[in-house]
Ligand binder design. Structure first.
Ligand SMILES: *[C@@H]1O[C@H](CO)[C@@H](O)[C@H](O)[C@H]1NC(C)=O
Ligand SMILES: [Cu+2]
Length: 241
């Protein structure tokens, strides 16, 4: 009896961990870039364009850390050392390790000009502008359901008229299955890009990562289990270039 209980507890811990997610690979306008996988790369001195983070449990940033630096680019995030080059207007695809069916919520993308090399950027100073957002699609379908149907891929587009330069990208899923208790789960993942081509569009002044969200805002403190017809995507306003 005791052993069974322990085993059940153990298995449910494992599946809870497995249900979480991280980005395994990016496809940045046709160029593949490895995601940062803590288990594989924690001792690596050679970071690529993906940001380092100490996401050793494959977990999430909890709502209670919503105004802490961990919300910026995951737990103890540090800038990637390189930049993946991409043409303005290109599509970026992120492949996630998995995302359990219980995990429903939005996919949101921000961009921050690094004003120089992103590898030396101060993460708390980066100002993020929202360039893409998808959430509830109606008929009981979320963007995260579409993601599962598409082989765990999410995507967004680099604005076609964006000014060339070096930018950090913050792409994020938010899981709402416990959000009614104030426990939304944030899965932010970051990568440095160098945009070529483009135009003269400069992102309007963004918001520092620690001020993107408030724990009481409607899209964070949301109840999936009541009747609703729409979902207010949290964070600052979308920049439509
Ligand atoms: C960086 O990229 C190289 C080449 O794809 C790869 O072998 C290496 O494991 C990557 N390192 C990290 C930290 O992602
Ligand atoms: Cu999870």
């Amino acid at each position: 009896m005791h052993t069974t209980t322990t085993l059940v507890a153990l298995f449910s811990t494992i599946s809870a961990i497995n249900a979480h997610a991280h980005i395994t690979t990016w496809n940045v306008g046709g160029t593949p870039a490895p995601g940062f996988e803590y288990w594989v790369f924690k001792n690596s001195k050679a970071l690529n364009s993906s940001w380092y983070s100490e996401n050793g449990d494959n977990g999430f940033v909890p709502s209670k850390m919503i105004n802490s630096p961990d919300i910026i680019c995951h737990k103890d995030g540090k800038p990637g050392a390189k930049h993946t080059a991409v043409k303005a207007g290109a599509k970026v695809t992120a492949s996630w390790s998995q995302y359990d069916g219980s995990h429903k919520g939005p996919a949101i993308t921000y961009i921050a000009p690094c004003k120089g090399d992103c590898s030396t950027a101060s993460k708390t100073a980066l100002q993020w502008t929202k360039i893409a957002e998808q959430g509830y699609q109606g008929n009981n379908v979320w963007v995260t359901d579409k993601m599962r149907a598409a082989g765990m891929k999410t995507e967004f587009t680099i604005p076609a008229t964006l000014k060339a330069g070096k930018y950090a990208i913050r792409h994020e899923l938010i899981a709402l299955h416990n959000a009614q208790n104030g426990d939304a789960q944030f899965y932010p993942q970051c990568i440095n890009i160098e945009v070529t081509g483009g135009g003269s569009a400069v992102p309007p002044e963004g918001v520092v990562g620690t001020k993107l969200y408030q724990s009481k805002e409607a899209g964070v403190n949301f109840n999936l289990y009541t009747k609703f017809t729409s979902y207010p995507i949290p964070g600052p306003k979308l920049w439509t270039v």
